[in-house]
Design a protein around this ligand. Structure first.
Ligand SMILES: [Zn+2]
Length: 498
């Protein structure tokens, strides 16, 4: 069955056919790195992570590119405010982005171009547009002339007259048309700047994505994505620039995710209902392990279809945790249950697994309907719980467990050991970190590993001073279990090594 994908450009679900059989190329607009990411960023990153994972799960070879906008007015303003260089700001928030997305187990794209690394591509495109007469120079600036691109408005469904009528009175009266937008901007003294045929300056935001996507994936590629707030003007402008430059079709499918609202209001800094991923992880009411909060956050984000708006409230994480507890509880039962005498449930169980597989594919093939898939997981849980009461053989239990892992994988769920999920294994590692496959569990406020070991050594020395040798030995043993050997030295100090 083909995968149906809602294309914002045609405003309908279409059967996806790739440009090159068996391969999918996808470009997604990434973040402007001037601050920590909020829930809306997590939602966009997760939407395209799921699309990527499911195409791969379905046997496609995927090429996924997502950019960083690492030069922008907001970055320059932030640098001024913090009193550090603009490129230190962008580097800091790129690293924070990786840290936060890692906690959500969002996989890295295959390529992550940064605007500042693509200046030659950007300049070539702007120059090409000027040479073709679709862009014009105004002192040190270059503008795209929307009138020269008759298809302008096709993505957002707006026509040029409406747009012009609705356009705010532009400050810049030099432009030929109020809708014309900047491809290149002259820099003010002291601002970061690159050489260009029009003098020192830097690129406009829209042209960066056109240049980077075409450089990475060629003039025509399969999917272009981003949040729905990017449809106009960002993506509309990308289409105009790219098509005018290459003379070819640009993205074949446009995919946009919905907003995150907070208590039904749009999340915004000015309303004070703005949640960064970091805050949510640090103040998590459900666990002090980042991987657990991360999975709950993933579950919550997947519980609404990616195109609908999604509401965040204080209850979102606890509700997600409770729903996940049910499934982890079953995984735990399947792992723990010893051999059962009867195998009365085997046949039904195989049938239930087959039906689940069909529902999973049917829902994911239908424009990545993750809420329906999660519903199917809960139905499956109910059925298996009933069959466990009847009796299931070890072989079928193993198959059922495998099923949760196999189908959990494209969603990035059910990867944590049930003992850790339910907090039965608390001492994970001195640093609070443990690797489970690709994901790393980090304890909230976890200390540096050597700090923790030094603390334990001190506690052991205090116990020895009080002649409490049982406690001292148990600390030594606890560290030994983690591969840390203590060496008491003649001067009374203790050294440790691995
Ligand atoms: Zn973009």
């Amino acid at each position: 069955m083909p995968i149906l994908l809602y294309n914002s450009q045609t405003r309908k679900k279409e059967a996806f056919t790739p440009l090159v059989p068996g391969k999918v190329s996808m470009y997604v607009c990434g973040v402007t790195v001037y601050d920590d990411c909020h829930l809306g960023h997590a939602r966009s990153a997760l939407t395209f992570d799921i699309i990527r994972r499911y195409f791969e799960f379905s046997g496609y070879e995927m090429r996924y590119v997502r950019n960083f906008t690492d030069i922008d007015d907001k970055i320059i303003n932030r640098a001024e405010k913090d009193g550090i260089a603009w490129d230190e700001i962008s580097e800091r928030y790129i690293q924070n982005f990786y840290r936060d997305m890692g906690a959500l187990s969002i996989t890295k794209p295959h390529e992550e171009p940064r605007a500042t690394e693509h200046m030659p591509d950007i300049l070539r495109m702007v120059e090409g547009l000027v040479n073709k007469g679709t862009a014009y120079q105004l002192e040190g600036d270059v503008y795209f002339s929307v009138k020269k691109f008759p298809a302008y408005g096709q993505l957002s469904g707006k026509n040029l007259e409406e747009l012009q009528a609705g356009a705010r009175v532009e400050v810049d009266t030099r432009k030929q048309d109020p809708m014309d937008f900047a491809l290149w901007k002259a820099s003010k003294p002291g601002e970061p700047a690159w050489d260009s045929p029009w003098g020192q300056g830097r690129p406009g935001w829209h042209i960066e994505c056109s240049a980077m996507s075409v450089a990475a994936l060629g003039p025509t590629f399969d999917i272009h994505g981003g949040g729905k707030d990017l449809i106009f003007p960002h993506h509309e402008n990308e289409i105009a620039q790219s098509c005018a430059y290459t003379g070819k079709e640009f993205a074949r499918y446009w995919v946009h995710n919905g907003f995150v609202t907070v208590d039904k209001e749009k999340m915004s800094k000015s309303l004070g209902n703005f949640f960064t991923i970091r805050e949510i992880l640090d103040k998590s009411p459900v666990s002090d392990l980042e991987a657990i909060t991360g999975e709950c956050l993933r579950y919550y984000l997947l519980s609404t279809h990616y195109r609908s708006d999604l509401n965040w409230s204080e209850q979102s994480l606890p509700e997600a945790k409770a729903a996940m507890d049910g499934i982890y509880g079953l995984i735990h039962r399947l792992e723990e249950a010893g051999s059962q005498e009867t195998k009365a449930g085997d046949k039904d169980c195989e049938e239930v697994l087959k039906q689940f597989s069909n529902k999973f594919h049917g829902s994911m093939d239908d424009d990545f309907n993750t809420p329906k898939v999660l519903g199917a997981f809960h139905e499956l849980r109910g059925e298996i719980n009933k069959l466990l009461a009847k009796g299931i053989s070890d072989k079928i239990k193993g198959k059922t467990l495998e099923n949760f892992r196999k189908f959990g994988d494209p969603l990035g769920l059910f990867k944590i050991l049930p003992d850790i999920w339910f907090g039965k294994r608390t001492q994970i590692a001195p640093s609070g970190k443990v690797s489970i496959g690709e994901s790393v569990i980090v304890k909230k406020n976890s200390m540096d590993e050597s700090e923790i070991i030094e603390q334990k050594i001190q506690a052991r020395n205090e116990a020895r001073a009080k002649k409490d040798f049982a406690s001292a030995d148990s600390i030594r043993q606890e560290l030994a279990d983690q591969g840390i050997i203590l060496e008491d030295r003649p001067d009374g100090t203790t050294r440790w090594k691995r």
